[in-house]
Ligand binder design. Structure first.
Ligand SMILES: Cc1cc2nc3c(=O)[nH]c(=O)nc-3n(C[C@H](O)[C@H](O)[C@H](O)COP(=O)(O)OP(=O)(O)OC[C@H]3O[C@@H](n4cnc5c(N)ncnc54)[C@H](O)[C@@H]3O)c2cc1C
Length: 471
């Protein structure tokens, strides 16, 4: 692994069949599932990451049932065709990017949602959008907490396959903490049912956790059973700005030491300026960084908790601090944070980082990101789920300029290396995909990769599932 490492799509790593018999596949699937029109297929080649070159699939299948998934995988195994599982294509690491000659399997049609109020569970098809599950739960007074910023556009199957995080995960946990059960189709077409609707279940190995975060390399998720909770009280929110982003990093650690925020987000001046250009909210783009923290304890306890967060910010040199218990105002600030990635994407080409560090190392990471930007003469806009120690430095560059592109990749690598040196991870929630592959060995090591290889071999001996992705 070097800082010069670049992501590659993995078609060369997987099996291939020059002319797979698509007629046979069409006959095995439900009506209209098989798509070969290049104009439509093109729409399934990319995810939301930049930096990995997509291939051309032999076809796309828009599966409508578990039976369709089984038929597609059995066909793929017979003809040694790689399969790229795909949810909504909002991934930021290249996980669902198409491979040359492979079959892209889209779950968008499997989007049913059933809420069991008494058992406090949701049962959803993999293509159901996170936001639709939240709305269905809220309609009966329940809550599905994991909230990636992309919740309105990403699928629950993709969330499980990446073990997605989000804004409220520091208090409420990530996707895996809500997965009670899964149906998964293996590479050989067998459908496994794992877990179920019980809150506790320790019968056998916890295989659902193995598939959670497996990035489409071990099986295709065809049904998800999720734990729901009662809705929390409305949030109180506090905002603080700092001249020095590193001081904001220190405030994150201080807030976490004293309180248990429901949200604790970070945006640096570059990200704020980009967001402000879109929202015209007057977010003070002149500052070095902004922290956005929220309490959902409710009542006077909530007001006291945001005041403790505000005090922690003042102690670390914040030059402006304000709090509100108006849920509408708080929601507007959260919405501004959620659009930070699309806003920064307007500045140029973007390589999206996802490093995570222990909570006491947040300020060190912020400083290291600044060093990487300076050393490689590159703009890095920094946003992050700071309360989790999980940051998304967005390396912005002119993709038409070769030298600038090379410097951006060097900065991208340096940030990951800095995260590892601080005892952290190259990816806190987006997954390795193709983009972070060159750095996976540095974090995981030879022995872990060998054990992962044994698991892969046991579940997908032909190597047809998402080859060249994840590790
Ligand atoms: C603006 C923006 C903000 C974002 N914010 C966040 C955030 O706050 N937190 C966060 O975690 N992520 C975030 N993301 C990233 C992305 O939305 C998540 O990774 C999401 O979980 C991907 O879901 P998807 O349905 O789009 O999956 P896809 O991109 O289609 O696929 C992602 C991976 O999952 C696999 N996969 C998909 N469906 C299945 C299935 N049914 N079975 C097996 N494998 C499958 C694919 O092969 C691929 O490896 C953001 C993205 C955008 C564009």
């Amino acid at each position: 692994m070097t800082t010069e490492g670049r992501a590659t799509t993995g078609s060369r790593d997987g099996p291939g069949s020059p002319e797979p018999p698509l007629g046979e596949l069409r006959d095995a699937l439900s009506a209209d599932a098989l798509v070969t029109d290049p104009g439509i297929v093109d729409g399934y080649r990319f995810d939301r990451s930049q930096g990995a070159e997509p291939g051309w699939p032999c076809a796309v299948v828009r599966v409508a049932s578990t039976g369709d998934v089984q038929a597609a995988l059995r066909w793929a195994g017979r003809h040694r065709v790689s399969v790229v599982p795909r949810g909504a294509g909002t991934g930021l690491s290249g996980g669902s990017v198409a491979l040359d000659g492979a079959l892209t399997l889209s779950t968008e049609r499997m989007a049913g949602i059933e809420i069991d109020v008494a058992a406090q569970v949701a049962v959803a098809g993999p293509g159901a959008l996170n936001g639709d599950i939240k709305r269905a739960a809220a309609a009966v007074g329940l809550w599905y907490p994991p909230d990636p910023s992309s919740f309105e556009i990403c699928s629950i199957g993709g969330n499980v396959a990446t073990n997605a995080g989000g804004l409220c995960c520091l208090k409420y946990g990530v996707t895996t903490d809500y997965v009670l059960g899964l149906e998964v189709v293996l590479a050989d077409g067998r459908a496994l049912r794992l877990g179920g609707r019980t809150v506790k279940d320790v019968a056998g190995y916890d295989l659902k956790r193995l598939f959670t975060g497996s990035e489409g390399t071990l099986g295709v998720i065809t049904e998800v059973t999720l734990r729901l909770t009662p809705l929390p009280p409305p949030q109180c929110t506090t905002v603080a700005t700092f001249a020095d982003p590193v001081a904001a990093g220190r405030a994150v650690t201080a807030i976490r030491t004293r309180t248990r925020p429901a949200v604790l987000e970070f945006m640096d001046g570059t990200a704020l300026a980009a967001v402000d250009r879109h929202t015209h909210m007057g977010l003070d783009p002149g500052c070095g960084a902004l922290l956005l923290a929220a309490s959902d304890i409710g009542g006077s306890g909530g007001a006291a908790e945001v005041e403790a967060m505000a005090d922690a910010c003042r102690d670390q040199g914040a030059d402006y601090v304000a709090s509100t218990d108006d849920p509408e105002e708080g929601a507007q600030l959260m919405a501004a944070r959620r659009i930070a990635i699309p806003a920064v994407e307007h500045l140029g080409s973007v390589l999206i980082e996802d490093v995570g560090v222990p909570l006491d190392k947040v300020a060190d990471l912020v400083a290291a990101i600044g060093d990487a930007a300076q050393r490689h003469d590159t703009t890095i806009a920094v946003i992050g789920h700071a309360g989790d120690g999980n940051f998304h430095p967005l390396v912005v560059f002119d993709g038409a300029d070769e030298a600038a592109t090379a410097r951006a990749w060097l900065a991208f690598g340096q940030v990951m290396e800095a995260g590892l040196a601080l005892g952290g991870t190259i990816t806190g929630e987006h997954g390795i995909g193709t983009l972070k592959r060159p750095w996976a060995r540095a974090q995981l090591g030879d022995d872990v990769l060998e054990v992962m290889g044994s698991v892969k071999q046991a579940l997908d001996p032909l190597g047809i599932l998402n080859p060249g992705k994840a590790w």
